[in-house]
Design a binder for this molecule. Structure first.
Ligand code: HEC
Ligand code: HEC
Ligand code: HEC
Ligand code: HEC
Ligand code: HEC
Ligand code: HEC
Length: 435
């Protein structure tokens, strides 16, 4: 089935240190010995005796550590890598620029003094996203939440494979309908021919993997079977090169449908699909939370604070993405290179405001949404090292200007207003929620 995967397995010895290997998972189950070692004898080493191996014969001491053997890197914007390792010291930013965000923000804590109150404030590493447990890489359980807010999934069991199926068994069988299939033992299902994350289409006889090999209905890792998922993976298409600075152009994942619903596998209490809905204390999001005419008009006109002269054809901003309400993979693939803005068929979703893995900000938001009013001060990013702007500790939140620029995926400060407000205004600047 998969010659490319086999070629990668042969190259495993160099994989961890060399650059980009085009296919390992190939959308489905990869070569077993990429993650498992049968006798503690990986890489031609002598067998080290019984009793000292890892659970499930894994290469790392736990599932997430196994993933990070390949998915962590010291290089900047390094292909499929989603964590910087070793974690950059104080004053230096994490370097991966993927849509999900760099996990090493979980090991970066920031502190500052509020310029108005004079009180010290912090943004602890644990608050920056999903605290995957990866002992070999010093990632530990979240210290603040025992379970997922709005749900029951325990933080003590949170790992890469809480969300991603390591064996990539869920598959898309339709190019347009978003139909997800989980193979049933003994029953026939179409084999996966490639990743489904980049717009490849299933055929009558072959399927593609689901977006990012995420778990679907019934999914639970063998080591934590307690909370099987009730919703299938989202339909979305990523550009092939998705780990890159956005200094000159955005990295546009074309989100189609079902992201909020998928997050709600663990955060069911945070759902909010209709508006107005006075009884649910959450921002509207999900398949049914279509943008209003006013939100559409504002999104398309908004360039930056005070500048509402934009047009639909160039309005897209990957710091404020939305779902398009479609499951058509070809449409989504075409949109990965589009700059067009919002329309009435689009909806708000969790990733409009959050990154799926981690970010520099509390609650894993895409920009500084919860602490500090301004994203730029006097035409520059706030920074503790820059004369003047450093005085406003709550804007810089303990970061240098260079660190701040990296949190904005290397966009120049000149892309924003002289004193830029929160990007909530991409949809709200011109309406009743105006700041
Ligand atoms: C991308 C990494 C990865 C690859 C590739 C992989 N596995 Fe696994 N496998 C895991 C992880 C992680 C677990 C631990 C699951 C857990 O903790 O619940 C696991 C668990 C297992 C288990 C025991 C639990 C279960 O889910 O049934 C079996 C059996 C298994 N793998 C077989 C295989 C076989 C056979 C292959 C090759 C066809 C393979 N794996 C390829 C990561 C991988
Ligand atoms: C042996 C190295 C290796 C290991 C171990 C590994 N990966 Fe990967 N992973 C890769 C490579 C190479 C790619 C990019 C090529 C591809 O997608 O097949 C990738 C891509 C991915 C993608 C994007 C794939 C897509 O189709 O969208 C996900 C998600 C992912 N890995 C998750 C995991 C998880 C979770 C684990 C641990 C259970 C893991 N990986 C373990 C090498 C590895
Ligand atoms: C809470 C669920 C969750 C956890 C935990 C998680 N992922 Fe992801 N991952 C996602 C989602 C959702 C996306 C798609 C993000 C997007 O497109 O905006 C993603 C995307 C990715 C990608 C593609 C690059 C990117 O950032 O978009 C890779 C590779 C990946 N994950 C690997 C991993 C590895 C390795 C781990 C553990 C160290 C992990 N993930 C933990 C949900 C998760
Ligand atoms: C497998 C279960 C699971 C899924 C799926 C999941 N989460 Fe979580 N989430 C958790 C757990 C457990 C915590 C609490 C532990 C932590 O914050 O590290 C959490 C915490 C969070 C936090 C708070 C982070 C912080 O540190 O303050 C946010 C925001 C969040 N999730 C958003 C999302 C979004 C968005 C998605 C979908 C892309 C998602 N979650 C999918 C389990 C999950
Ligand atoms: C319109 C933007 C927006 C959307 C959409 C959104 N969030 Fe949030 N979320 C935030 C902000 C901002 C915070 C920071 C705390 C605050 O201000 O309430 C936050 C906080 C959180 C937290 C931390 C705990 C808490 O309650 O403060 C979790 C968990 C979370 N969000 C999950 C989700 C999930 C899951 C979805 C989708 C179902 C989602 N969010 C949709 C903006 C958003
Ligand atoms: C992608 C567009 C979008 C973004 C970004 C966005 N919103 Fe909204 N927001 C909406 C829509 C759509 C509604 C529903 C009302 C409407 O149609 O105008 C809404 C409603 C609200 C409401 C009223 C909710 C209710 O139930 O009465 C508040 C408050 C709000 N948003 C605050 C925020 C904040 C704060 C942020 C940033 C953290 C934010 N929004 C970001 C689109 C957006």
């Amino acid at each position: 089935m998969k010659t490319a995967a086999i070629a990668c397995a042969a190259a495993l010895m160099v994989l961890a240190t060399s650059g980009w290997c085009l296919a390992f998972h190939d959308g489905g189950v990869a070569a077993c010995d990429g993650c498992h070692t049968m006798h503690n004898s990986s890489g031609g080493q002598p067998q080290t005796g019984t009793g000292s191996g890892n659970r499930y014969l894994l290469m790392g001491s736990d599932p997430s550590s196994t993933c990070l053997l390949c998915h962590a890197s010291s290089l900047a914007a390094d292909g499929y890598r989603i964590a910087t390792s070793p974690v950059p010291p104080q004053g230096s930013p994490p370097l991966q620029l993927t849509p999900g965000g760099d996990f090493s923000y979980l090991q970066k804590s920031y502190s500052w003094v509020n310029s108005v109150t004079g009180l010290p404030a912090t943004s602890p590493g644990d608050a920056h996203g999903h605290n995957i447990i990866a002992g070999d890489f010093f990632y530990f359980q979240d210290s603040r939440y025992a379970v997922a807010p709005g749900g029951v999934y325990p933080s003590a069991s949170l790992s890469c494979i809480s969300c991603h199926d390591p064996h990539g068994s869920y598959r898309l069988t339709s190019a347009t309908a978003g139909t997800v299939e989980k193979p049933v033992p003994g029953a026939r299902s179409n084999p996966i021919r490639s990743s489904g994350s980049y717009g490849a289409l299933p055929t009558a006889t072959e399927a593609v993997g689901v977006y990012r090999m995420l778990g679907g209905i019934g999914y639970a890792p063998a080591s934590f079977p307690n909370d099987p998922f009730v919703n299938d993976p989202p339909i979305a298409v990523s550009p092939v090169v998705y780990n890159r600075p956005e200094s000159t152009s955005p990295t546009r994942v074309a989100y189609g449908r079902g992201m909020s619903e998928w997050c709600e596998n663990c955060h069911s209490g945070l759902q909010h699909t209709s508006y107005p809905n006075a009884t649910v204390g959450n921002h509207p999001d999900g398949n049914a939370a279509k943008l209003s005419q006013q939100a559409v008009d504002t999104y398309n006109a908004y360039i930056k604070t005070g500048d509402l002269t934009g047009t639909f054809s160039t309005a897209y901003n990957s710091l404020v993405p939305f779902e398009e309400g479609t499951t058509d993979l070809s449409t989504l693939a075409a949109d990965t290179t589009a700059t067009t803005g919002a329309s009435l068929s689009d909806n708000v979703m969790c990733l409009t405001c959050h990154r799926a893995h981690a970010s520099a900000w509390d609650s894993s938001t895409r920009w500084n949404a919860a602490k500090g009013v301004y994203l730029t001060v006097g035409g520059a990013y706030p920074g503790i090292d820059a004369a003047g702007t450093g005085a406003n500790g709550e804007y810089a939140t303990g970061k240098t200007e260079a660190e701040y620029a990296k949190t904005m995926y290397d966009r120049p400060a000149s892309a924003f207003a002289t004193n830029q407000w929160s990007l909530c205004n991409k949809c709200h600047e011109n309406d009743q929620y105006k700041q």
